[in-house]
Write a protein that binds this ligand. Sequence first.
Ligand SMILES: NC(=O)c1ccc[n+]([C@@H]2O[C@H](COP(=O)([O-])OP(=O)(O)OC[C@H]3O[C@@H](n4cnc5c(N)ncnc54)[C@H](O)[C@@H]3O)[C@@H](O)[C@H]2O)c1
Ligand SMILES: [Zn+2]
Length: 349
Amino acid sequence: MITVDVKTGRPYRVYVGENLLKESGSLISKHVDGRVAVISDSHVAPLYLDSLIDSLRLEGIEAVSKVIPAGEKSKNIRIYEELLDFLAQESITRSDAVIALGGGVVGDIAGFTAATYLRGVPYIQIPTSLLAMVDSSVGGKTAIDLPAGKNLAGAFCQPELVICDPSVLSTLPEDIFRDGCAEVIKYGVLEDPDLFAKLTLEGIGFDRVPVITRCIDIKAAYVAEDEYDNGVRRKLNLGHTFGHAIEAVSRFSMTHGQAVAAGMCMVARASYAMGFCKQACPQGIEQCIRSFDLPVNCEMKTDELLPFIAADKKRRGDVISLIVPRTIGNCDIVPVNADDVKDWLEAGM
Ligand SMILES: NC(=O)c1ccc[n+]([C@@H]2O[C@H](COP(=O)([O-])OP(=O)(O)OC[C@H]3O[C@@H](n4cnc5c(N)ncnc54)[C@H](O)[C@@H]3O)[C@@H](O)[C@H]2O)c1
Ligand SMILES: [Zn+2]
């Protein structure tokens, strides 16, 4: 078992190891005196809920559970209300805890429910998708979607601990795993040329425990330095400014990972065109992304993408912060005036 400490205002630990789910009760018992309310989804619960509950029982921890329908469509205000009602009906108190067992959807909505029920009860993340392991379970961003857009209601609230068991990825459908790989590649481009080289060489068959741990390390360092996303943490948006627009224009027929992969290649090509990096940088990123069978470009026109980039949630006034690769392992936050984004986009096509 490997541990990563996340040094936020209230620090916590991420445990990474194969078959950790079966031992999760003993890790959780160090943090919870009362009962736990497990929230999972309709794909993950049949596979892993019993194993978690058995492990909790072995430690004498009483568990109740609630299963929501799998998928992004569940990350809404109605299910959020159902989850609040569930915690209230079960008389969950502040000395109890919520456990999120699932991918990023369960993590986000269970986290937001825990952050707001009784003005906050402790919660534990047990991520089961690759994306949730390397990204959403660490860092304390919790949210639900509103009809007006994704993640529009949420709270910063760090978990008590995170238990990451890569053996559960054996049941994750391959296309969803591949999608999460875009975020893994992103960490290499941001901070780690060795990780990046390994990923380019090994592709989707990469060695899971060390790679996932390294990604969590990088995310934990950003989050510790910038818990509330005003500084270095914004680098995690690499590939996402263009990527979110690509997702939206495709009406979500392109997945998040595909759009982020294409978005990373586009911003890297633009970086070269604008004189921020050598040509080897975009070429290397494209090569790595191709080795994962992810797209290196999109079919859309700049005029289709621009309105969505202008509406970017992370825009501040007229300035959009683009995350721009300089070399593999080193990216800058470049403030780009909204009027100039078109030039960047065209340079990236
Ligand atoms: N909070 C954050 O910092 C943050 C960061 C990135 C993304 N997110 C959010 O994460 C969500 C996407 O997460 P996701 O990609 O994990 O989606 P998801 O939670 O919908 O999981 C994808 C699919 O895989 C299934 N699944 C998960 N684990 C499985 C397993 N081990 N075996 C079999 N099936 C499994 C799920 O049931 C679902 O059908 C989005 O809502 C996004 O906004 C949050
Ligand atoms: Zn992402």
